[in-house]
Write a protein that binds this ligand. Structure first.
Ligand code: NAD
Length: 369
């Protein structure tokens, strides 16, 4: 187990049910700002160490998003592909029985790997509280990620970055890596504002047209053929060529480790907005910062999803969700960029300073539960 430090982990709960063979655990890292929030992953190899690291990431993400949530995460040790759907339901139910002692008071669950809304329904019903988890079906007040909360947040973070550099969205050219849930919504909102999407990639390749790609046509081609690569009137390139595009903005919305140290010198973007998680290392970000590229880190830009979870938790509507994502992402991105400028540190370091400060203040005012 990683070392305990001044922030946590506050609780590690191990649960076991001999009847189903369910083995699981929850790590509640820090609850200074509210109950620990974090998803449950079901994999055959999940460990307490892995879950602790993810719980710690949630502590900072929720703090920076300015939510009354702490950080937590859970693991259930099972092979989703080897168990029957009935057995999976039994295991999830047994896990929910096990975490009743902490949920929803100090832990609020959510889906992660191999967990979806059906499982969240079982958890909420078994625990007897809609507050026990988010990611529930719509019929139980769930706000599905198909609404596009994360992409909507990445779009607002990008708008703040554009203004921060004294630029105008209408003059911007944009490249988007990944055209799934996150990428499509960012493309929609930025093109509605008059930005020119000149390149888009998905798992089949990159398409490029310096005169712009039409959002509605992109959506049609993706829907009909499953990939943007069949878009007409464009150059076709390999997936990894998306980072060589000469555009003002890059939106990352697919894979981790997209940009490597060796790419830093050839990149031409003014802004990189991280919709995906960890598209580059902190060291690469530092080099880009020194080069004058404005990088909005993942935990600042892609917090729309966790903000949406909070609105679901308090029983809020879709309308309230969009309003809150816009307000919080805009406010927090501004704070991060101002601090980064003031101290001449990269935005990730500024974001961490703000998050740590908020958690420390919370710890002073609230005793551990
Ligand atoms: P998604 O599965 O809906 O879409 C992923 C897209 O990436 C697809 O278009 C796929 O074709 C494309 N892709 C796969 N490999 C690629 C490659 N090598 N090059 C270019 N494109 C490639 O996923 P999503 O929900 O949009 O999530 C995208 C990223 O954002 C992931 O890293 C995810 O962890 C992160 N993220 C998502 C959310 C959310 O709420 N959806 C929240 C936070 C972070």
């Amino acid at each position: 187990m990683e070392k305990f430090d001044e922030f946590g982990p506050e609780k590690i709960l191990q649960v076991y049910d001999p009847e189903t063979g369910m083995k699981g655990f929850t790590v509640v890292d820090n609850t200074a700002l509210g109950p620990g929030k974090g998803g449950i992953r079901m994999t055959p190899t999940v460990t307490v160490e892995e879950v602790f690291k993810l719980a710690r990431t949630m502590t900072w993400k929720c703090a920076l998003a300015d939510l009354p949530f702490g950080g937590a995460k859970s693991g259930i040790v099972a092979d989703d592909k080897k168990i029957s759907p009935e057995m999976k339901k039994k295991i999830v139910k047994a896990f929910a029985e096990g975490i009743k002692v902490i949920a929803p008071d100090v832990y609020v669950a959510a889906p992660d790997m191999n967990m979806a809304e059906e499982e969240m329904e079982i958890i909420a019903k078994t625990i007897g509280s809609k507050k026990a988890c988010t990611g529930k079906p719509k019929s139980m007040g769930g706000l599905p990620h198909e609404l596009g909360s994360t992409g909507f947040g990445v779009y607002h973070a990008t708008l703040v970055a554009i203004k921060h550099l004294g630029l105008n969205v209408k003059d911007m050219t944009v490249a988007i890596e990944g055209f799934g849930n996150v990428g499509t919504f960012v493309a929609k909102f930025l093109s509605n504002d008059g930005a020119k999407i000149i390149a888009v990639s998905d798992s089949k390749g990159t398409i490029y047209n310096k005169n712009g790609l039409d959002y509605n046509k992109l959506m049609k081609v993706k829907e009909k053929t499953g990939t943007v690569i069949n878009y007409v009137k464009c150059e076709k390139r390999d997936c990894e060529d998306i980072i060589s595009i000469d555009a003002d903005i890059l939106i990352t919305a697919a894979i981790p480790d997209l940009i490597k140290d060796k790419d830093v010198n050839k990149l031409k973007f003014k802004i990189i907005s991280q919709g995906s998680n960890i598209p580059m290392t902190a060291e690469t970000e530092e080099k880009l910062h020194k080069k004058g590229v404005l990088v909005i880190p993942d935990f600042v830009a892609n917090a729309g999803g966790v903000i949406s979870s909070y609105i679901e938790y308090i029983g809020g509507s879709e309308k309230k969700m969009f309003k809150t994502v816009e307000e919080k992402i805009t406010k927090n991105t501004r704070l991060v960029l101002e601090l980064s400028k003031k101290k001449n540190i990269k935005p990730r370091d500024a974001g961490m300073e703000i998050a740590i400060d908020r958690v420390k203040k919370g710890m002073k005012c609230r005793p551990m539960k």
